[in-house]
Design a protein around this ligand. Sequence first.
Ligand code: DC
Length: 219
Amino acid sequence: MSFNIAIDGPAGAGKSTIAKAIAKKLQIIYVDTGAMYRAMALFMIREGVDANDAAAISDKCVEADITIGYENGEQVVYLNGENVNAYLRTEEVGNMASATSVQPAVRKKLVELQQALAAKNDCIMDGRDIGTCVLPDAQVKVYLTASSEVRAKRRFDELTAKGLECDFDKIKADIDERDYRDMNRAHSPLKQAEDAVLVDSSYMTIDEVIEKIVGMCRK
Ligand code: DC
């Protein structure tokens, strides 16, 4: 049986940074499920599908073949054979992903892919529904969060460091809106699994969070 770590939590809690570091430390693969939802969102944007058109999203998602691979230790997402990593991390794609991921047809397709990956590989997988739906039997489950103020500040600093103009209040409003949608959707909403350990990273360093989770794995 493979060893699986599930990390869930809201946008900007640091899941991917932490999960990547732990994967490296434990020599297991990192599966970024948000990137799969983002690839699906990119497909919908390219096809001109409206974020609120549920029927069109359900119909179109069958045309998107999403797979993942690893190049130099990095996860690469392929959308109909094309490496789309470079297009996934924009606010536009993130917001579209939050809207399209409410559709059951989209979730079913991507959850099956995620479960197949976890059955074959020791992995750390992050997302919103990993501990609750995708990997209910994961050996380690973490719910990683931070206050929305802190998460918005981290995003603001990240964009500013890249030399991009941004507005703190707008970033925080987007985070609050995305949290609301992710936590209140009918299918697989973001919530802490009963057997997940809550880690609030608001006042922790990245290394402290990594150590805490690695410690849980060693137990
Ligand atoms: O983690 P992220 O920001 O890359 O995720 C993008 C969107 O995808 C997010 O708003 C919610 C959705 N998502 C999901 O519904 N289930 C997952 N397992 C991962 C992401």
